[in-house]
Write a protein that binds this ligand. Structure first.
Ligand code: PEP
Ligand code: MG
Length: 592
């Protein structure tokens, strides 16, 4: 009988293959006491092996740079740095010298100590670092113990495989050939895990957060990974396979059609235009976003500059990244979001103690306003990028007018400095906020007086309105953007923006769900921004309905009393114009 496991979608796409259980384990490390006269040579051997592993990782990094781009390759920096980290190296040498342990045992002990220290946090950035550490441990221990290189998967066969494991590592992911590894499913990890970012760049469908997947499958079993909805089906029955095949063929047919659609305008059947922009996680995605029909960038997340880094990003590197995106979209709006740190993203260099409730903690604009040595270089880099395009500065998680005023003050100071230094920038840039909390939505009229635009971040707005953690797959059913409380806030923010004469857009995932697109256009939200792979789908939806029908359905949805009523109003309004089952949204759509 087939078993279905639901996790979190991490990389789009759907795939069928044979399970390959990841055998990337730490080997047994035997205990032994070294004769005193071997200690010096053992320290030497440790340093030599460390250098070999470093050279190996640097080779993988340079292959990653060729295959995926420089930014993606920087994901290997922390791992490479760790091999020279005094905490790692000195601690190991000390165990060899003082306890007369073989290098393998000494290194293993040191790693266990560091892992114990770091594990006392639930912070996913630190957990990612632990994962990097484990990757190093596996590589280094195999060499020190003179074991054969651990094979991640056998290579003789060409049969498509689905890698299932507790977690992955960047160095394993980047070596995967998408023709052979057609899917990934892991117990742990998040969408922002380093390896998940690489899987997206490689186009390998992936599902994370499956909790027990690696203990629920056997080597060689058939499996389906659906990275669009975050699902793993083990041992699919004939019916599941038919549905999979049907879905795959439909999606393939769609993709061909979508390539054509990318060239068409995002206008409704009755000629109402919608500005359709892309969400980017990496600057390298901007060209693909343009090819997919983006009319600008509605959300450029800048956390790639800090994720996994051990030092603050420099102004120059940031400026180059922002300029690259701006130049890819001449005469189009590019919304650059200032660092949205905290919650599930904490860089090592901030040395943050673990928080009880990180999503309600020190995050986003709060971090930036407290750590000006991080924020000022970003503001300067964005200001410099204004010389190359239509830049809009987007501030995350703003609740208070004071926060906007403080940023304006900082921008004024940095503008004055740039002027003094003779560095060009355009003072015509716009500044606005992400509306992501009920406080901001309720207080939108006040906030609008100080903003040039609003962008509604429904991913967070839903989590804060419903008190449902967006990363908790157990609560996935409760995380519903069609809850009447969310719909009413969307309406309120749209109304206030229109009255204030400022642009309002939506950049949360909701905009990429067909019912969401229909509702948002019906609420007269004139601009949508979605993950770039979803652009053609959304364009197809926009082109399939009339704005008048969307407005009528939105009015009915606003009067509905339950989430189910809201989705029913929208589905009825949209009628048969769109094949809902082919979409990724899980909210009350019947998925195959
Ligand atoms: C949002 O919260 O809707 C959003 C777009 O930002 P992120 O998903 O990066 O929190
Ligand atoms: Mg957000």
């Amino acid at each position: 009988m087939s078993v279905t496991l639901d996790g979190l979608p991490a990389s789009e796409g759907i795939a069928f293959g044979k399970v390959h259980l990841l055998n990337w384990a730490i080997p047994d490390v035997p205990h032994r006491t070294l004769p005193l006269d071997e200690v010096e040579a053992e320290v030497e051997r440790f340093h030599r092996t460390r250098a070999e592993v470093k050279a190996h990782l640097e080779r993988i990094q340079s292959e990653a740079a060729d295959r995926l781009g420089d930014m993606e390759a920087r994901i290997f920096d922390p791992q490479i740095l760790m091999l020279d980290d005094a905490e790692v190296v000195d601690g190991t040498v000390q165990y060899i010298a003082e306890n007369r342990l073989p290098a393998s045992r000494a290194f293993h002990w040191r790693m266990l100590e560091l892992q114990h220290l770091w594990r006392r946090t639930s912070n996913p950035m630190v957990l990612d670092r632990l994962n990097d550490l484990e990757d190093l441990q596996v590589r280094l221990l195999h060499r020190l113990l003179e074991l054969p290189d651990p094979q991640a998967w056998e290579d003789e066969s060409t049969e498509p495989i689905i890698i299932v494991g507790r977690n992955l590592t960047p160095s394993l992911t980047v070596q995967m050939d998408p023709a052979r590894v057609v899917g990934i499913a892991t117990d742990q990890g998040t969408r922002t895990s380093h390896w998940a970012i690489l899987a997206r760049s490689l186009g390998i469908p992936a599902v994370v957060g499956l909790v027990h997947a690696s203990r629920s499958v056997e080597e060689g079993q058939d499996a389906i990974v659906d990275g669009r909805v975050g699902r793993l089906i083990i041992d699919p029955e004939a019916r599941d396979r038919d549905v999979f095949e049907d879905r795959r063929v439909r999606i393939q047919g769609w993709e061909e059609e979508l390539a054509q659609i990318a060239r068409l305008d995002p206008i409704t059947l009755d000629g109402h235009p919608v500005a359709l922009r892309a969400n980017l996680d990496l600057p390298g995605e901007s060209v693909r976003a343009r090819e997919h029909g983006a009319e600008g960038v509605g959300l450029f997340r800048t956390e790639f500059l800090v994720v996994g880094r051990s030092s603050m990003p420099q102004e120059e590197e940031q400026y180059e990244a922002y300029r690259h995106v701006a130049e890819t979209f001449p005469n189009r709006a590019v919304f650059i979001r200032t660092f949205d740190l905290g919650g599930d993203k904490f860089p090592m260099f901030l040395n943050m103690p673990a928080e009880e409730n990180p999503f309600l903690g020190w995050r986003a604009i709060r971090v930036c306003l407290d750590r000006l040595e991080l924020f000022r270089p970003q503001l300067r880099a964005i200001l410099r990028a204004t010389a190359h395009g239509d830049i809009r500065i987007l501030l995350p998680l703003v609740n208070d007018v004071e926060e906007i005023l403080r940023v304006r003050e900082l921008l004024g100071e940095e503008e004055a400095r740039l002027k003094d230094e003779g560095i060009p920038f355009a003072s015509s840039y716009k500044l606005g906020i992400l509306v992501e909390t009920p406080a901001a939505a309720l207080d939108a009229a006040e906030l609008a007086r100080h903003c040039d635009f609003f962008s509604i971040g429904t991913n967070d707005l839903v989590q804060y309105t419903l008190a449902v953690d967006r990363t908790n797959s157990r609560l996935a059913e409760l995380y519903n953007p069609f809850h009447p409380a969310v719909v009413r806030q969307l309406h309120q923010v749209a109304r206030v923006s229109h009255a204030a004469g400022i642009e309002v857009s939506v950049c949360g995932e909701m905009a990429a769900n067909p019912l969401g697109t229909f509702l948002l256009v019906g609420l007269d939200i004139g601009a949508l921004s979605v993950a770039w792979p979803a652009l053609p789908e959304v364009k197809k939806v926009i082109r399939s309905f009339r704005v008048e029908d969307a407005r009528a359905a939105a009015r009915r949805a606003l009067a509905a009393s339950t989430s189910a009523d809201v989705t029913r109003c929208l589905a009825e309004g949209l009628g048969n114009a769109v094949d809902l089952s082919a979409f990724s949204g899980r909210w009350s759509l019947s998925l195959p």
